[in-house]
Design a protein around this ligand. Structure first.
Ligand SMILES: Cc1ncc(C[n+]2csc(CCOP(=O)(O)OP(=O)(O)O)c2C)c(N)n1
Length: 580
């Protein structure tokens, strides 16, 4: 039976098991939107900005492990997806984004709303396609989902000219995908895996450094087993939060620029680093020449191009983390090592570092400390919420003061550091897990980058809790200006922040505010009771607060700076708080 390209597209999405698509219409995608009008098995969620549609698809993917999908129009609709694609690309998130395109005969003619989106997005997608003939459509969609979700996952874009979605042909669903030159390798090399196991067995001061790859590969169980079997302390990158339980005794928390003292000291003193699904990104390594100077490095990753990209590696293992860890564990179980005895003094040292300088901040009973808000969220949600964040200090405090025990409960733009990510990602997450308590921990700057999505959340009755750590500044940039630019606060003061309570109410959401520490808990409790709409909580926090520890850019990761107690203690007067 002949079907239109638009009908074929929707059929393909259903065959891929897609239930939710995030999108925004326009002229050249009208054929698709017209088919969606009668569609019962697939819901299109209308966001208020295309960037948000892509972040929502990304949030959906991070929480569910499935491929997230977005559909937008050509030209400005397509270019608005670039930040979302780059965000997903840096964090290896599987999404498929469909963009409309002008009819094939007009491509290259500067037609109305034409943009060369395939050219523009080549560097920030795993792969992209321009479909020129409706006969290729089903095959292309099948390939796109395959590429997005296999190997090292990532975003794939399909550009659909208007005449392709209106063109007719027989629908044939390809049974298999076979792409020459795309053959991700899942099984590690036996000899290298044996070597990795030997390195772990003979190390005296090993550290496991786990990243987002552990979560993507579904290897948390194996990671825990490896750590517990060999009594090896674990640090996670920001992308790895939740990959290893934050409450486990062997957990040292996050490492790197705003990592824990314990994790950074352990890495710098280790004799072996086992990097699992990490990119050895600069926020983690600090000055690379001085990263883990005493250690041999084992690096396990599915992507061979990430090995030796930034650091030296002694034992590389290319393969799927879950499979590789299983094999390494099997090898290690064969050695009759008494791990407890071997690691005793190392674990004692790690414990001393933990106790010496735990993550901390100075409490105050007059002004709300942002860290206190995050701690309270942790306490009141029993650590069971899905936490999305924006970017800046809010993101780092959310990483430091909430303990993530389970994978896929922490959503943050790690690689690109995209302000405006958290709220739309929370929308995607809430669709993927309707019963979950979903938070967006936000800065007052970041939330204003996709604040229009309140409409999406309201209309879909999503009970997302947005906790705005409102410091009236672009806090993280201000922190750098304070520490490294002689307190010259060039353009980081957001003097006029909107009244977030009124903004929420204007959209039909709930707005709450806390200006004193004792109001934090009641506000959170009230927010947690709301089940049918989003809530904005405006926490008016201490604007002087900084994220510590901090490794200054270009320093080694044990060259941390810490906040001094009573440092520049401001006199706080709540009447100073100005709300527009
Ligand atoms: C789209 C985008 N623009 C600019 C930046 C640079 N940047 C990083 S953190 C930050 C400040 C964030 O301020 P806010 O959202 O208020 O959060 P806070 O740091 O105060 O918690 C800025 C501007 C960015 N990460 N993303």
């Amino acid at each position: 039976m002949k079907m239109s390209g638009a009908e074929i597209l929707i059929e393909c999405l259903k065959k891929e098991g897609v239930k939710h698509v995030f999108g925004y219409p326009g002229g050249v995608v009208l054929n698709i939107f017209d088919v969606l009008y009668d569609e019962k098995d697939l819901e299109l969620i209308l966001t208020r900005h295309e960037q948000a549609a892509v972040h929502a698809a990304d949030g959906y993917a991070r929480v569910s492990g499935k491929v997230g999908v977005a559909i937008v129009t050509s030209g400005p609709g397509a270019t608005n997806t670039v930040t979302g694609l780059a965000t997903a690309s840096m964090d290896s998130i599987p999404i498929v984004v469909f963009t409309g395109q002008v009819p094939t005969m007009l491509i290259g003619n500067d037609a109305f709303q034409e943009a060369d989106i395939v050219g523009i997005t080549r560097p920030c997608t795993k792969h992209n396609y321009l479909v020129k003939d409706v006969k290729d459509l089903a095959q292309t969609v099948r390939e796109a989902f395959h590429i997005a979700s296999t190997g090292r996952p990532g975003p794939v874009l399909i550009d659909l000219p208007k005449d392709v979605t209106s063109g007719m042909c027989d629908f044939v669903w390809p049974k298999e995908v076979n792409i020459r030159s795309y053959n991700p390798k899942y099984e590690g090399n036996k000899w290298q895996m044996k070597q990795a196991a030997e390195e772990i067995a003979k190390a005296k001061r090993p550290v496991i450094m786990a990243g987002g790859g552990v979560i993507l590969s579904g290897a948390s169980k194996e990671l825990k087993e490896l750590a517990e079997l060999t009594k090896t302390p674990v640090t996670v990158t920001m992308m790895g939060l939740g990959g290893f339980p934050g409450t486990n005794n062997l957990s040292m928390g996050m490492l790197g620029m705003h990592g824990t003292y314990c994790a950074n000291m352990a890495v710098q003193n280790a004799d072996l680093i086992v990097g699992i699904g990490v990119r050895f990104d600069d926020r983690v390594t600090g000055r690379t020449a001085d990263f883990a100077p005493k250690a041999r490095i084992v690096h396990i990753d599915i992507d061979p191009t990430s090995i030796r990209k930034t650091t030296r590696v002694d034992v590389p293992v290319v393969g799927d983390i879950k499979q590789v860890l299983k094999e390494i564990i099997k090898n290690l179980k064969e050695t009759k090592e008494q791990w407890g005895a071997v690691r005793k003094s190392w674990l004692k040292q790690v414990d001393t570092w933990k106790k010496e300088r735990p993550l901390d901040y100075e409490h105050d009973d007059k002004i709300i400390k942002p860290q206190f808000v995050v701690e309270k969220i942790y306490e009141l949600t029993n650590g069971e919420a899905v936490i999305c964040t924006e970017v800046g200090q809010n993101q780092m405090w959310a990483a430091q003061f909430y303990k993530y025990d389970k994978p896929r409960t922490w959503l943050s733009s790690g690689g690109l550091g995209t302000m405006g990510y958290g709220f739309p990602a929370a929308i995607g997450a809430q669709f993927a897990m309707p019963k979950a308590t979903v938070f967006d921990i936000a800065g007052d700057g970041s939330i204003q980058m996709n604040i229009q999505e309140l409409a999406t959340a309201v209309i879909n009755k999503l009970p997302i809790k947005v906790a705005i750590l409102n410091n009236r500044y672009l806090g993280m940039v201000r922190q750098w200006q304070e520490l490294f630019f002689n307190e010259r606060y060039s353009h980081t003061n957001l003097d006029v922040v909107p009244d977030f309570v009124k903004v929420a109410e204007a959209y039909g959401a709930v707005g709450l505010r806390a200006t004193k520490p004792e109001e934090v808990e009641p506000v959170l409790r009230e927010a947690l009771k709301i089940k049918d709409r989003p809530v904005f909580m405006d926490f008016v926090v201490d604007w002087h607060e900084k994220v510590y520890p901090m490794v200054p850019a270009g320093a080694a990761i044990d060259e941390m700076i810490f906040g001094e107690k009573k440092e520049k203690k401001q006199k706080f007067d709540s009447s100073q708080i100005k709300i527009a």
